[in-house]
Design a protein around this ligand. Structure first.
Ligand code: B12
Ligand code: SF4
Length: 552
């Protein structure tokens, strides 16, 4: 049995033991942790993945942020992103600390690593959105000595200190830290030549409350906006290292809509109005600074559709080289938007006009659509494909409504199943992420008139339609050069392989084929994204100031 398989078996055994999958008794169990000494221990940070591609598309930011939050006395943290290569558990020494960051999709692999690391005498700490939502699961099934709920930026140093003094707590309630305490990423720890895009967060949290999204619950509805200088310094550092593509890894790059300002004015709420205006002014300041960076830089972010009403904002985005944004369109009918509490979006022809406004102002749109909403009918698929074609989108994704933990949809779905949830082995589908990958069902919200297979087949057909080579080639006309057009085609194909086939296909042959394809395309893609490093690049000046060299 390989080490990987034995870890799976170990997690499996724990799952059987933990048959109720409830969290209550975990809180009372005492777990002595191994002795850690600041000078002798190595801090490992691991981003779990059951698949390794050798190259990665976007840097997993948390790894480099937690590395930065690691005090210098612990030496250089060892970073492993398993989307590049598997974690070398054998290299662990007793007393090392292993920090594992998990989202729902990679939680099970994270638990395997934690069990193996614990067996080798390491101190195991979990964090990330899934550990925040299900801390007891990491304690019960992942061999955790401690779990951090919420932001790690500030609490991580405390966790390490407690590990040294032997006072590790089981759960750390770290909450949401203020933006001025966000740790900057340590980009000097990036392995050379492995990623296509850097990732820098400029704002955290989102004022909306969509039913399928957990961000407003875990990151809060109050936008926590980082200082412009801190953001720009990180971007300059990435460009110095040859990254010219940077994802602004925000929940919503447009945290203050014109409607919010109008509402505060109507309510004569002077304090709120000032606060909103200040946030908005800071956005413009950031974009002005980005506009001064080398013109080959390309930024991409996520934004609500409301930004189309604000052409001054879109123009500032274009000048800042924010060339693309994921826009959550979700549904093309009013009933669909009501299903997901997203009434602030437009539908029909108004939707086409809104989306085209982004493109007309130089911001390409990755439209994100959801299929399987209760009000969807077979005709919705063709109507969506038609709008996606006409709305001038650069890219699109068509996802099936999936109840993600921490969302309103998940709570309703879990409640509706009660104790009657189907089981695979001993595990109810309401804990589908604990089912081994090869047996894990795709879990979708139940639909009143269509079966999951029907929704899947129709969704796949919309992907096929949108990403036909002919349509991609036509769309690639928005790019300025032939090299850029080729990059656009490759990126479209890579995107489709990574998300459509691996994301919604259930047939494993198709998933394997898609993974092989993605591996093949990923390497040439990387060359299209990198640029000559600019080690002497200066920080662009704040208004009225001279440029300064960014921190080393
Ligand atoms: C950028 C982003 C992406 C990018 C880049 C991913 C990457 N390589 O990093 C792309 C577009 C590729 C992407 C893809 C997907 N994403 Co995404 N993504 C984000 C986003 C907007 C920001 C992530 C980020 O960089 N944050 C900045 C870092 C610093 O914050 P952080 O990761 O939360 O880490 C902090 C804490 O959690 C904690 N922490 C984290 N790990 C650890 C570990 C330890 C030991 C400790 C102590 C603390 C700690 O400390 C950190 C610093 O404060 C988040 C939303 C969000 N607000 O986080 C969604 C989010 C993570 N994504 C989500 C989803 C669903 C997906 C997809 C499944 C979407 C899809 N349908 O395909 C895929 C999955 C891809 C994959 N296999 O990883 C969900 C996850 C929900 C869940 N329950 O798991 C989120 C939360 C968004 C949402 N709508 O709910 N994503
Ligand atoms: S889906 Fe987008 S707009 Fe809705 S709550 Fe989540 S981040 Fe905000």
């Amino acid at each position: 049995m390989t080490e990987h398989a034995s870890a799976q078996a170990a997690v499996g055994a724990q799952l059987q033991w933990h048959s109720s999958l409830s969290s209550g008794d975990a809180a009372t169990r005492v777990r002595p942790s191994p002795r850690v000494s600041a000078g002798a221990t190595t801090v490992h940070l691991v981003n779990p993945s059951h698949l390794s591609f050798g190259v990665g598309v976007i840097t997993p930011r948390w790894l480099f942020v937690l590395a930065s939050a690691t005090p210098a006395s612990y030496g250089r943290p060892q970073i492993t992103d398993e989307t590049l290569e598997p974690f070398a558990v054998d290299a662990l020494r007793p007393g090392d600390v292993v920090g594992i960051g998990i989202h729902t999709g990679n939680a099970l692999r994270g638990y395997e690593i934690g069990m193996l690391a614990r067996a080798r005498g390491a101190v195991v700490v979990y964090g990330g959105i899934h550990a925040t939502l299900y801390p007891d699961e990491a304690l019960d099934l992942g061999g955790a000595h401690a779990v951090v709920k919420g932001d790690g930026d500030v609490v991580w140093a405390q966790v390490l200190e407690d590990a040294v003094s032997g006072t590790l707590q089981r759960i750390y309630e770290a909450g949401q830290v203020d933006a001025d305490r966000f740790a900057p990423a340590r980009w000097e720890l990036l392995p050379a030549g492995r990623y296509m895009w850097g990732s820098v967060q400029t704002v955290r949290g989102c004022p909306k409350h969509c039913s399928f999204c957990s961000v407003w619950r875990t990151d809060g509805q109050k936008p926590r906006q980082r200082r412009v200088d801190a953001v720009v310094a990180e971007i300059v550092e990435l460009r110095r290292r040859g990254f010219r593509f940077v994802a602004l890894a925000d929940d919503n790059f447009y945290p203050v809509a014109l409607a919010d300002l109008a509402m505060a004015e109507r309510q004569h709420n002077v304090a709120r109005l000032e606060q909103l205006r200040a946030l908005r002014a800071e956005r413009f300041e950031l974009m002005e600074r980005l506009a001064q960076l080398p013109p080959d830089m390309v930024f991409f972010t996520q934004i609500t559709m409301e930004a189309a009403e604000d052409v001054a904002f879109l123009d500032a985005m274009r000048r800042a080289n924010i060339k693309g944004a994921l826009v959550g369109v979700e549904a093309v009918t009013p009933e669909g938007l009501k299903d997901v509490y997203k009434g602030f979006n437009d539908v029909g022809e108004a939707l086409v006009t809104r989306l085209r406004t982004f493109r007309d102002h130089g911001v390409g749109v990755l439209g994100s659509f959801i299929f399987g909403l209760p009000s969807d009918r077979p005709s919705t698929f063709a109507a969506t494909a038609d709008i996606a074609d006409r709305a001038g989108l650069a890219f699109a994704q068509f996802v099936m409504l999936t109840p993600y933990p921490g969302t309103v949809d998940f709570a309703a779905w879990e409640k509706s199943l009660g104790n009657n949830a189907a089981r695979i082995g001993d595990i109810p589908v309401t804990r589908h992420w604990l089912i081994p990958q090869e047996k894990r069902p795709k879990v979708y919200a139940p639909h009143p008139v269509m079966s999951p297979d029907e929704i899947r087949a129709r969704t796949q057909a919309v992907w096929d339609h949108f990403y036909s080579l002919r349509r991609i080639w036509v769309r690639s006309r928005v790019t300025p050069t032939i090299r850029a057009r080729i990059a656009f085609v490759l990126l479209s194909k890579l995107y489709r392989q990574m998300y459509a086939n691996t994301g919604i296909a259930t047939d494993s042959a198709r998933v394997n084929r898609a993974n092989r394809w993605a591996r093949l395309i990923a390497r040439p893609c990387r060359y299209l994204f990198t640029a000559r490093p600019l080690p002497d690049l200066q920080l662009p000046a704040a208004e009225g100031g001279a440029g300064v060299r960014a921190r080393a």
